[in-house]
Design a protein around this ligand. Structure first.
Ligand code: DMJ
Length: 639
């Protein structure tokens, strides 16, 4: 009232009483507006203001000042402050504090505060935390939560996982023969040479170009860089190249940028980047590898937004838009691509507590187990829209290969609990044996390709991984199959070895044929190249571990010598354009899988069996070791 009396042009209360009716009405309207404004302004005062405490009740003060500002009685650490907040939803409390007559900006401030920091914000449907924590799903669906209960953040119990391993990761090897040790050391030297040159000329690019001494980026990884760093990490670690491992780790910490915006192959990003990061986390326990793997895993999820949940092959890592490869018939997805996510995605769920990754790959499994298979075979092209096969081309080499590999490895990785995967593998292998396995006139066993019922008597270099896979499956097969499958594995591996020994360089071609009088040799110019691929030495490694027949080490050593002679150049290792000539024609590319796979499998071939023991680990298709789930490592951190 004092204020009113002093307002310029205002005659004061006695005069006001003498006003006519319309004037009185206007005056009262003005007065009530002013009062509302003053009341509303109280909310803008700090909690400590005496004025505020005078006019607003204590509860309203604490709530309206938003949960982010600590009341004088709350604990000092931010984490405990959150748990001390009132549990009632601010959405219901909000109208009580936001007077309908309060100015709009003031109401906005109150609303935003409640949404951003109130308990309801932390449990809002669709909020990141709720989706991520399995604990949040485990909470009772109804009834009020206990007064001080907080959601325990998900924590993977790394120490418990390490204790569950049956063998030391890098193993001990007392009393080993000097020749084996010497050969292993030679392979370690090759790895150091490959890494040092990559580091010197191409660090941060995806691959090294060893002739021109520069880096290559390519277009497979959607703008991600450092494919060779990520692929090399676990090999450097296993080979105890400590300094080099630290260099690679530092690059990941300081320079590995996931905020990219380009078209990536879902499959390649998964097997190389996610596989490499996961494996290195499991080997070292260093959080940076886990968090990068999880962050990248989330970026791949939009590719699964199709009518069937079968992901498309290409994804833009920035926008999340996805589509099929231009060359894949009728917008189809490729069996070896969407069928090679299972191992990594189960681990992403295990490490994050977020079931979404496992759900995505279990859905792929569901679609594949239901779809009708021609003669029990899995064609390579499937429509992500209809869930039906698009073309009847079957191959255990390119386009099909690692789908079969991931079935048997899913079963092994589950500690032999995933019986559905085992059955799918057994049935698929039976159909392959029946329809695709053939013997050449010269007595070589091979696996042909199938095009709508017509056989193509060709084996790709990629298909040579199958010797190792079949041996691994045979190890665990029922008695009547074990012997047969072990023999099949040995015969296929021997055929692949033949494809190497029949060349002048003692390295194998990209594809070899069994027709027109040819046996295990390339017949087309376009199939004569070798790009440092690992599949043949991969099979040698498994066959060695499972049989201890010395010929596999002997064959592996032949490959080491051939690599040194024909692929080693001044600044790294390079693929060659023609395995049938010793006149060098290098392709100027040191593939990242040479460090991830070829050199790792060669090294393991000359290690004791307890180094990355097959009892503890399965290798993803890029040779990144992922642990067998002997126990449940999940744990909820105590608040
Ligand atoms: C690797 O990237 C993987 O092994 C993949 O499964 C197929 N091919 C290359 C190496 O040849």
């Amino acid at each position: 009232m004092v204020v009113l009396r002093k307002l310029p042009g205002m005659p004061g209360w006695p005069a006001a009483l003498g006003l006519r009716l319309p004037q009185k009405f206007l005056f009262l309207l003005f007065l009530s507006g002013l009062l509302t404004l003053c009341f509303g302004a109280l909310f803008l005062l700090p909690d400590s203001s005496r004025f505020k405490r005078l006019f607003l009740p204590r509860r309203a003060t604490a709530s309206a000042s938003s949960s982010s500002s600590a009341s004088s009685s709350s604990a000092s650490s931010s984490s405990t402050r959150d748990t001390d907040l009132p549990r009632s939803p601010p959405a219901a409390a909000e109208p009580r504090h936001a007077s309908p007559a309060a100015p709009r900006r003031l109401r906005e401030k109150l609303r935003t505060g409640a949404r951003m920091a109130g308990p309801a914000a932390r449990t809002a449907p669709g909020s990141r935390q709720q989706v991520q924590g399995s604990e949040s799903r485990a909470q009772p669906a109804s009834g009020p939560p206990p007064a001080r209960q907080t959601r325990a953040p998900f924590r993977f119990d790394y120490e418990r996982f390490r204790r569950s391993l049956r063998h030391p990761v890098r193993g001990g090897r007392p009393g080993e023969d000097p020749e084996t040790r010497g050969r292993r050391m030679k392979i370690k030297e090759m790895m150091k040479f490959a890494w040092d040159n990559y580091k010197q000329y191409a660090l941060g690019k995806n691959e090294l170009r060893p002739l021109t001494k520069n880096g290559h980026i390519g277009n497979m990884f959607g703008g991600l860089r450092g494919a060779t760093v990520i692929d090399a990490l676990d090999t450097l670690y296993i080979m105890e190249l400590e300094e080099e491992f630290q260099e690679a780790k530092q690059w990941v910490e300081k320079s590995f940028d996931l905020n990219v915006n380009g078209e990536a192959s879902l499959f390649e990003v998964n097997i190389r980047y996610i596989g490499g990061l996961l494996a290195t986390y499991y080997l070292t326990g260093e959080e940076v590898f886990k968090s990068k793997a999880l962050e990248l895993g989330e970026k791949l999820l939009p590719a699964f937004n199709t009518p069937t949940g079968i992901p498309r092959g290409v994804i833009n890592l920035g926008s999340g838009m996805s589509w099929s490869w231009g060359w894949a018939s009728a917008g189809s997805s490729i069996l070896a691509e969407f069928g090679t996510l299972h191992l990594e995605f189960l681990h992403l769920s295990q490490l994050s507590g977020n079931p979404v990754f496992a759900e995505k790959v279990m859905n792929i499994r569901r679609v594949l187990s239901r779809v009708e298979k021609p003669q029990g075979l899995y064609p390579n092209f499937l429509s992500p829209v209809t869930g039906s096969w698009v073309q009847h081309h079957v191959s255990i080499g390119g386009l099909g290969d690692s789908f079969y590999e991931y079935l048997i490895k899913s079963w092994l990785m589950s500690d032999k609990k995933d019986s559905e995967a085992k059955k799918m593998y057994d049935d698929a292998l039976e159909a392959i044996e029946k329809h695709l396995v053939k013997k050449s006139a010269g007595g070589l066993t091979y696996i042909a390709e199938w095009r709508g019922g017509i056989l193509d008597h060709k084996m790709g270099h990629l298909a040579c991984f199958s010797g190792g896979m079949i041996a691994l499956g045979a190890e665990h097969a029922a008695e009547e199959r074990r012997q047969r499958h072990m023999e099949l594995a040995a015969e296929i591996t021997s055929t692949c070895h033949e494809s190497y020994t029949r060349s002048d360089t003692k390295l194998g071609p990209e594809a070899f044929r069994f027709d027109a009088g040819s046996e295990a040799m390339a017949t087309r110019l376009s199939e004569r190249y070798y790009i440092l691929r690992p599949e043949v030495v991969e099979s040698y490694m498994y066959l060695w571990r499972l049989t201890h027949d010395p010929k596999y080490r002997h064959w592996g050593w032949e490959v080491v010598q051939a690599l040194e002679k024909h692929c080693r150049v001044e600044a790294g290792f390079s693929g060659i354009r023609d395995v049938y000539t010793t006149t060098p024609s290098h392709d100027n590319m040191q593939q990242s899988f040479f460090l991830a796979e070829t050199l790792k499998y060669l090294y393991l071939l000359f290690c004791e069996d307890d180094v990355l023991s097959l009892e503890d680990w399965v290798f993803n298709t890029e040779a990144h070791p992922l642990p067998i789930n002997h126990t449940d490592f999940k744990a909820a951190a105590q608040p």
